[in-house]
Design a protein around this ligand. Structure first.
Ligand code: F6P
Length: 356
């Protein structure tokens, strides 16, 4: 009988609990394995006593539609440069590996984005433990996979926000700007923008000019459409490519403020009245969409099966309607931004949406 661990790492998103549930169902009912939930990403293995919880079907069965992660998570605390309360950075990777062996684990399923998976892979290689990865990120920017857990729900939420903004934009003859997440990639913005009928979609992969946006607003006005809905990814920079605001926080670099920057420039350039909505973490919370539940189920089952096959250092991915496994290193190396010549960009252009 095997004993496997499961952890969620990096920013939370909808669908994480659905994956935990799927893993427990498959491991227990198909293989009669034990599943240990590791709390707050790798920190559960760093703590003494270990911060872990045994998971069985009754505990996870009702988690399918619950948002967040019952195991907790963190996107701070790289164990190789762990920030201590006094500000010093120390390497705590050995404590995690000791934790893995203390638990007598045969393998760990790590659910994370590219940053988390890179750290988990390094830990596994250094500590001699077996890792299988499951992709999750609302940004959908991991290579080798068309889907990652949380993305579809985030697109649904952003689309609903755009739907709502249309009515108030039309009522007041305003330009409404919706800033959505996407730390380095514009997948949420382009998908929600098309689905939600935006007039302007700005993504970091395509340069833009304020003049063209103002031109779009004037064209609409000439047709009697006195309002405009703009969606912008948070990682879009100024027209000249500078970050709008750059914040350093706990060793992480954050950018922000593009929505307000655009609002000011668009008002100045077109005379239109503008308002900004920053959607923020609303995109990560809440009930997972049916598609995210489906992907979570397929990934959870496939990840457990990979352990049964002894195929480690692999990530389950979604390609051409199938779940296939690829080396984790390959998925991390092939970072997935929006293809400026891809179908979604062509579709947006085909609809007359201004991409800048
Ligand atoms: O990577 C997922 C993500 O939600 C990004 O879209 C966003 O920039 C970031 O995480 C926010 O992270 P935090 O939860 O640390 O604010």
């Amino acid at each position: 009988q095997k004993r496997i661990g499961i952890l969620t790492s990096g920013g939370d998103c909808a669908g994480l609990n659905a994956v935990i549930r799927a893993v427990v169902h498959r491991a227990v009912s198909a293989y009669d394995w034990e599943v240990v939930g590791i709390c707050r990403a790798t920190q559960g293995l760093m703590r003494r006593p270990l911060d872990v919880v045994m998971l069985d079907i009754p505990q996870v069965d009702s988690l399918l539609m619950v948002g967040g992660t019952v195991l907790g998570t963190t996107n701070k605390g790289d164990p190789f440069a762990f920030s201590m309360p006094d500000g010093t950075l120390i390497d705590r990777s050995a404590e995690i590996t000791t934790g893995y062996h203390l638990l007598g684990l045969d393998a760990i399923i790590g659910i994370g984005g590219d940053g988390s998976l890179a750290i988990l892979r390094r830990l596994a290689q250094q500590g001699g433990w077996n890792l299988v990865g499951i992709p999750k990120t609302i940004d959908n920017d991991l290579g080798c996979t068309e889907r990652s857990i949380g993305f579809d729900t985030a697109v649904n939420i952003a689309t609903e926000a755009l739907d709502r903004l249309h009515f108030t934009a039309a009522s007041h003859s305003r330009v409404m700007i919706l800033e959505v997440m996407g730390r380095d990639a514009g997948h949420i913005a382009i998908s929600a923008g098309i689905a939600g009928g935006a007039d302007v979609i700005l993504i970091p992969e395509i340069p833009y000019s304020i003049d063209k946006i103002c031109e779009k607003i004037r064209q609409r006005q000439a047709r009697g459409q006195n309002f405009c809905v703009v969606v912008v990814a948070e990682s879009v920079k100024t027209e000249t490519g500078e970050p709008v605001t750059k914040l350093e926080c706990l060793g992480q670099t954050r950018y922000g403020g593009i929505g307000q920057y655009l609002a000011d420039r668009i008002s100045a350039g077109s005379g239109a009245e503008t308002r900004v909505t920053v959607l923020g973490h609303v995109q990560r919370g809440g009930v997972p969409s049916p598609l995210d539940r489906l992907v979570a189920a397929a990934f959870g089952v496939a990840a457990v099966d990979l352990i049964a096959e002894g195929k480690f250092d692999h990530l389950v991915t979604w390609q051409n309607r199938q779940v296939v496994s690829v080396p984790i290193a390959e998925a991390i190396a092939e970072y997935g931004t929006v293809d400026p010549n891809g179908t979604l960009v062509k579709t947006a252009r085909g609809l007359g949406i201004c991409l800048g």
